[in-house]
Design a protein. Structure first.
Length: 394
């Protein structure tokens, strides 16, 4: 009787174990299926977004090709330069935020014609806001016609001053604007050369320096939003100011060759995805117009700094060491920061090595061992600028 009971218990336990194993196996299979489905969905999103980006790039190259018919150098906007063309492409303004200059150029058949076109272009560039600048840009008009995938988040750009508060301290009156334009568009200030592209015309160029405190005035436009989002994400506002200064020189129309947009140079497929998911619990890709809006850009950029500091680099115990690594990671990624200490992209392996060093030693190691020269210079610039902005905005 006892033997039968033991056999019965053994069989029962065996069946239960098998049931438990089957249950675990089914769970794992379901989990793997969900993971594979998500990975497949993610790849589909990325493929569709890449197709969309290719369409944008094709339109960009076509526009640049059209410009080359008129201009020997078809200049385009960059991280720290905002270049805008007239509808006929024969007049352009080139605002260099880093070197704080405004260059206005036009192709014209006479000096009289050139002066009128230069006056109109200068008056526009020093008063236009971000919304109008985006809407009136011929290239942006063309890019806007390309259908966006459903998972791309779009937004209207809110109007904010670009140069008016830098040049005039406040929105200028009509008389103030006329006086400014007449003062700058004079024969002695205009240079001309023969056009190599358009017969019987010259290229007339006007160079105008911005005020010496232009960078500080530009930063003040975004002061309230920077301080709001920095506080929300528990990062120093001086860090956000310094990142923005280093990324774009406070150029709200900034665009880089790696397809990063706006003040804090957000890359849609990396920082954009991570930050939007963190903030809004949805996996979305962000459009250029979404990131050209300053509030959106600062919100996303500040959230990414939070993710770097409090998630990706959370195993680094010393706050200053972690800050140095965060600055470098914003430019080159957390994996490349880990590489500087382990020659692998594994931050779990790098953290103990970083924790064994003082902050000064961490800083020196990053400057010495980061894989590329750009993040080394970036770390130096942002660190110094943090000190400056912490004094300005105490």
């Amino acid at each position: 009787m006892l033997t039968k009971t033991l056999i019965s218990l053994f069989l029962s336990s065996l069946l239960l174990a098998q049931s438990a194993d089957d249950f675990k196996n089914r769970q794992m299979e379901a989990f793997e299926a969900q993971k594979n489905e998500f990975d497949s969905y993610k790849r589909t999103l990325e493929d569709k977004f890449n197709t969309y980006q290719e369409s944008l790039q094709k339109e960009y190259e076509e526009y640049k090709k059209e410009l080359s018919i008129l201009w020997e150098e078809p200049a385009m906007s960059t991280k720290k330069r905002w270049v805008a063309y007239s509808e006929d492409k024969k007049t352009r303004t080139n605002v260099d935020f880093k070197n704080e200059t405004i260059v206005v150029q036009t192709i014209a058949s006479s000096e009289e014609e050139a002066k009128e076109k230069l006056k109109k272009a200068l008056a526009t560039v020093v008063t236009v806001d971000t919304k109008k600048a985006h809407e009136s840009d011929p290239l942006e008009q063309r890019l806007a016609k390309i259908k966006k995938p459903a998972f791309v988040v779009d937004a209207q750009i809110e109007p904010e001053p670009i140069l008016s508060t830098v040049i005039f301290d406040k929105e200028p009156s009509k008389d103030t604007l006329i006086t400014y334009v007449e003062k700058n568009v004079q024969n002695k200030n205009i240079q001309s050369i023969e056009s190599k592209k358009v017969k019987n015309t010259k290229i007339y160029t006007l160079n105008i320096p911005m005020p010496p405190d232009a960078m500080l005035k530009r930063s003040k436009i975004y002061k309230d939003e920077i301080q709001k989002q920095a506080s929300r994400q528990k990062v120093p506002d001086s860090l956000v100011f310094a990142i923005m200064h280093s990324e774009s020189s406070f150029n709200p129309m900034a665009k880089s060759h790696v397809t990063a947009y706006g003040l804090m140079q957000i890359v849609p497929k990396t920082a954009g995805v991570d930050s939007y998911l963190f903030l809004y619990k949805e996996k979305k890709l962000l459009s250029s117009s979404y990131l050209y809006d300053s509030k959106n850009n600062i919100t996303i950029g500040s959230a990414y700094l939070h993710i770097l500091y409090y998630k990706y680099l959370s195993k680094i115990t010393n706050p200053l060491s972690r800050l140095y690594c965060t600055i470098a990671a914003y430019n080159t990624g957390a994996g490349n920061v880990a590489w500087a200490f382990t020659k692998t992209n594994n931050m779990h392996k790098a953290a103990p090595l970083i924790n064994a060093l003082t902050p000064d030693e961490v800083y020196d190691a990053l400057l010495r061992d980061l894989k590329y020269s750009e993040p080394k210079e970036y770390l130096k610039k942002v660190s110094k600028r943090m000190l400056s902005y912490s004094k300005v905005y105490q």
